[in-house]
Structure formats: structure tokens, C-alpha cells
Write a protein that binds this ligand. Structure first.
Ligand code: FES
Ligand code: FES
Length: 209
């Protein structure tokens, strides 16, 4: 004759701790399976949010005062092109290697892709849009047209800004010197000879640049 199964004694305390143990194990397992980058990103959420907070910045661009709110990661180039629609300044490499983005900051030529907009607080920026006086072109713009200093024209604004600075710096004494001091401006069309001719003419003409 088969015996009725013995009633199992009930241990409420033990049941509870077993359930608790399973819960904790599942949580640990889930954590173990979470990719480390996700965990890291979670930890850094606050820091990341801080980076994207906008910062007020005041700039003088082409003689006009701008009071702007800018994310700290935004380059001067992107601010000009994306936020202010000053698209005369071109983005070539975005890595400081082609010179297409050359602008003047406080009279000095710089690659605007290599500097953050918020670093220019209070400075005077001149872009290709600010070079002409109304309908009167700058002598360097005139010379580029006269000497056919461009083909596709993509590098041209950067070349012109650099050429003006090159003369102001006193580095346009000869074609060789011009080539040396304009070497950061790359023209994929190879308009170099005509660019040098244009710069030489402006230099020799004694124009105020
Ligand atoms: S876009 Fe700035 S150097 Fe090329
Ligand atoms: S004119 Fe085309 S890249 Fe210079």
C-alpha cells in the first residue's frame, strides 16, 4: 500500500530568503549582460548633459555685433555656416589641412574648423563676406578675377583671406615666399600660378589690404 506523501514542513523565513536570493541573482545577471559602454554612458549622463548646455558668446563678425548661444563643442566654422548662414567660408577637410575655412580673427588668419566658437568671445571676425565694401570688391578679389585665380572656386574664399593676411604679414615679397606662406591653402584644381600672380599684383600695386 502506497503511503501518502508526507506534508512538507513550511519554513516561511527560508522561502523569503530564497525568493530574495533569486531576485538578486537575476539583477546581477542583467547587470553582467549589459554592455559596459551602456553602463559607462549612464554614469556619464550628467557630464554629457553639461557639455551640451549652451554658452552665451558675443562676437563682432564683419563689423556687426552678435550675441549668441552656442554649444561648447561648436567650431567657429560651423557657427558661421550653420547658425549664421555665412556660407562663403567653406568646409573642405574639417581637419585643418586644406585652408578652405580660413577667416581672420583680430586680423590674424586662422582655420575656423580648428577653433571653438566659444573661444572667440569678444573677438573681431572677418569672413569673405566682410571683405568687399558694399558693391566695391576688395583689391584681392579684383585681382583673383583678373588673373583667373580660381577654377571651381571652392578654395577661393580661403585663398583670398589667406592672401590678404599674407601681404599684411609682410610675406609676399616674391612668388616663392607667397607659395611658402600660402602653402596651407590647397587648391585641388591647381590654380596656384594664377593665385600667385594675383597676390603679386596686389602687393606691387601698394593697395591697402
Ligand atoms: S576645412 Fe578647415 S582646414 Fe580644411
Ligand atoms: S579653384 Fe577649385 S579648389 Fe581651388
Amino acid at each position: 500500500m502506497s503511503q501518502a506523501p508526507k506534508e512538507q514542513p513550511s519554513y516561511p523565513g527560508k522561502q523569503e530568503s530564497r525568493r530574495e536570493f533569486l531576485k538578486q541573482s537575476s539583477a546581477l545577471m542583467a547587470l553582467a549582460l549589459t554592455p559596459p559602454l551602456v553602463v559607462k554612458a549612464g554614469e556619464n549622463d550628467e557630464a554629457i548633459a553639461g557639455v551640451f548646455e549652451k554658452i552665451p558668446v558675443s562676437l563682432d563678425i564683419n563689423g556687426k555685433a552678435y550675441h549668441l548661444s552656442v554649444e561648447p563643442r561648436v567650431t567657429l566654422l560651423d557657427l558661421l555656416r550653420e547658425q549664421l548662414a555665412l556660407t562663403g567660408t567653406k568646409k573642405g577637410c574639417d581637419h585643418g589641412q586644406c585652408g578652405a575655412c580660413t577667416v581672420h580673427v583680430n586680423g590674424q588668419r586662422i582655420n575656423s574648423c580648428l577653433t571653438l566658437a566659444v573661444m572667440q568671445e569678444g573677438k573681431q571676425i572677418t569672413t569673405i563676406e566682410g571683405l568687399a565694401q558694399g558693391d566695391t570688391l576688395h583689391p584681392m578679389q579684383e585681382a583673383f578675377i583678373k588673373h583667373d585665380g580660381f577654377q571651381c572656386g571652392y578654395c577661393t574664399p580661403g585663398q583670398i583671406m589667406s592672401a590678404v593676411a599674407c601681404i599684411r604679414e609682410g610675406h609676399a615679397g616674391s612668388p616663392d615666399e607667397i607659395r611658402e606662406f600660402m602653402s596651407g591653402n590647397i587648391c585641388r584644381c591647381g590654380a596656384y600660378d594664377n593665385i600667385v600672380d594675383a597676390v603679386m599684383e596686389v602687393k606691387k600695386g601698394g593697395h591697402t589690404v
